[in-house]
Design a protein around this ligand. Structure first.
Ligand SMILES: [Zn+2]
Length: 500
């Protein structure tokens, strides 16, 4: 019997934790998140996964690194029942992940293609969007009257354990989380471990959120944290365009194979650069940023509130530059070909990233902050329709949890491509130097009596110059302020803006 090859070089099988951010943050306190994050990192480490899958598949080295994701590749053998082989592989990986992370939800999806990029574009991504995936969910309670777990209040308790000196009934997932913090050097695969390894600093990040907030400068009050959610813009469009191009030349083949890796490297590099360049990192000789999840082009971190703007702006800039460098050659070729085809295909630009920042007291539950930061991130992305780096923010202590009334900002408003502050950013620094009590008074006057009253007060206390860039010109009350940022928004930003 002659066997005809289908022309498909590989089968790619992906596994991922569903809603990984809310899973990791389902217990209160940094200790539990860290333990879950470490377990996830260990369970998905290539060396471990290779041992689990044996001869069934290999680790897919075309996929970039992302927390909670396992990507495998196999070569179909002529005449075999491919579906059965994939299911056998899924059974094995699911069983392994389930043991490491008892309470997580996983899914798996597979597709065929000459390159991962193509399999992803043609099958894996559309199947994932359509929910055409295989799920693996945590075991449900065998006894409906089981006592709920004392730590997560989500799953039924299965064991008695000592949690910070007290005997408590825990579910298997919280039991996994109930471990002392690991400080071993071999733990370099968790997002925190990887960041620490890449920085030339002596001290690890603090034990809990209160201690992290306390690293801020004295004038910050040392009890507020920022949660920052960052995600790439227009990566889907870029990947799709690259996947669609013919692979006749070696350069294009090489790009298709390596692009996921270079973009996830850009994310990790931007995180390290933005962290190491914070003045507080150097001052303390300590890691002052705690990353919870680092994906291909997305990042979720906690850090002292007064470091958030500098960190976020530096990240967006570094990321933009790294992505630009990684995609410049590809875009040149893609755009030349698109122009030649002249079928109304517009030219592509290098992808960027946007961010959502939420400021809150360090005792505020991370699970809620993650959700609110995600909403701000969506607003920031929507405002620029994925075409530029942008930021939206919310200060829960000052304004509550309602959606903010101010517009997201573009990175280009606050920082030049060389990283220098723009005139707008310099005006914010000047406003941040106004004593906090005066700024609070201005905010109050603005809320109750409007802009003119606020301006009068600013004049009386000698801060009109700092306020003016955020006021409409006196003779044109409907015109935008010179900076394009209204006084209300500016006062909100100034609260956590570096005043140096
Ligand atoms: Zn639990």
């Amino acid at each position: 019997m002659t066997v005809t090859h289908t022309g498909t070089a590989y089968v790619y099988v992906d596994f991922g934790a569903i809603r990984i951010q809310s899973y990791l943050t389902r217990t209160a306190g940094l200790r539990g998140h860290r333990a879950a994050s470490d377990s996830l990192a260990r369970a998905t480490a290539p060396g471990i996964v290779e041992g689990v899958v044996g001869q069934l598949a290999e680790v897919n080295d075309e996929a970039g690194e992302a927390d909670g994701v396992v990507s495998l590749r196999l070569t179909p053998v002529a005449g075999e029942d491919l579906k059965a082989r994939v299911e056998r592989l899924q059974d094995r990986v699911f069983a392994h992940l389930r043991q490491a992370l008892p309470g997580a939800e996983f899914h798996s999806v597979w597709g065929q293609g000459e390159y991962y990029l193509n399999a992803y574009d043609k099958e894996i991504h559309p199947k994932t969007e359509a929910g055409d995936v295989r799920y693996d969910l945590p075991a449900t309670a065998e006894f409906p009257l089981a006592v709920p777990c004392a730590m997560c209040h989500t799953d039924p308790a299965a064991t008695w354990e000592t949690v910070t000196g007290k005997r408590q009934r825990l579910c298997p997932d919280c039991s996994m989380r109930n471990v002392p913090r690991r400080r071993s050097a071999g733990d370099g695969r968790s997002p925190e471990g990887r960041l620490a390894e890449s920085l030339p600093v002596t001290h690890a990040a603090p034990e809990d959120f209160a201690a992290l907030a306390a690293l801020g400068h004295a004038r910050s009050g040392r009890n507020h944290l920022a949660t920052v959610a960052i995600d790439g813009n227009a990566f889907g469009e870029f990947f799709k365009a690259l996947a669609k191009e013919g692979s006749e030349d070696a350069q294009m083949r090489d790009w298709k194979k390596s692009i996921s890796q270079s973009l996830s490297a850009a994310t990790r590099d931007a995180l390290a650069e933005a962290t190491v360049n914070l003045p507080l990192t150097i001052e303390r000789d300590q890691v002052v940023v705690v990353p919870h999840v680092v994906g291909g082009d997305d990042v979720l971190v906690s850090l002292p509130a007064d470091q958030a703007w500098e960190f976020t702006l530096a990240f967006l800039r570094e990321f933009g530059q790294a992505v630009h460098a990684a995609t410049a050659g590809i875009l040149e070729v893609l755009n030349r070909r698109r122009a030649q085809r002249a079928q109304g295909e517009t030219s592509l630009e290098a992808p960027t990233a946007s961010a959502g920042i939420v400021f809150a007291h360090s005792s505020y539950p991370l699970s809620l902050l993650v959700e609110l930061a995600g909403q701000r991130l969506s607003e920031a992305k929507r405002a620029v329709r994925g075409k530029a780096a942008s930021v939206q923010w919310l200060d829960i202590t000052a304004d509550g949890t309602e959606a903010p009334g101010h517009d997201p900002l573009r990175l280009s408003t606050l920082r030049t491509p060389a990283g220098d502050p723009t005139l707008e950013a310099q005006a914010l620094s000047a406003l941040a130097r106004v004593p906090a009590s005066h700024r609070a008074r201005l905010a109050e006057a603005l809320r109750s009596d409007g802009e003119i009253t606020a301006a009068v007060i600013a004049h009386r206390v000698g801060h009109l110059k700092a306020v003016q860039p955020f006021l409409s010109p006196f003779d044109q009350q409907n015109a935008p302020p010179p900076t394009g940022i209204g006084l209300g928004a500016a006062l909100g930003i100034a609260r956590w803006w570096p005043c140096a």
